[in-house]
Design a protein around this ligand. Sequence first.
Ligand code: 5GP
Length: 181
Amino acid sequence: MDTKVTVKDKVFKKMLSKEVIDARIAELAKQIDQDYEGKELVVLCVLKGAMPFAADLIRKMHLRIRLDFIRLSSYGAGTESSGKIQELVSTGQDLSGKHVLVVEDIVDSGLTLEYLRKDLSSRQVASAAIATLLFKPGNFKGNLAPEYKGFEIANEFVVGFGMDYAEEARQLDSIYQLDEA
Ligand code: 5GP
């Protein structure tokens, strides 16, 4: 059921079910709880795509956390990255001396991740790590891979669970990949 969805002009097929995603997020939450035991963590959700992942992740974590948001944009309306990062909304918090966990929906080229790592180090945080639901190692051009990865996937364009195609499909509770057939 619902193994294919049409979003605008494209057909997508199911890649990861909500049950599989939920189980993996529980594992990541447990790992993060262990790694930051006794510390307070600022969870920095990268809007808009990471919102569902961050919401599920923090509710499975037991640490004391502060939640904050930033909004970056590297994609235009299509399925290829524009290669440019724009900061559309910035955190209002002073992050200096804080342990910061950036929560991303997907790390693709790593451009966004590199931007965030530089930005955080210039803010003199105590530590910075990245948790991403999806990681495309085949496309990654950064120096340091994300510390926490939900799933490694091939170079497919995906939607659902926060991720969009031209601003649609973010509300799907599973993850779908472009169906080339
Ligand atoms: P990067 O800077 O690593 O190339 O790309 C990061 C951002 O590009 C992600 O946060 C996400 O918004 C977008 N992105 C990368 N790959 C995909 C994809 O397969 N599907 C969607 N919907 N967005 C993607």
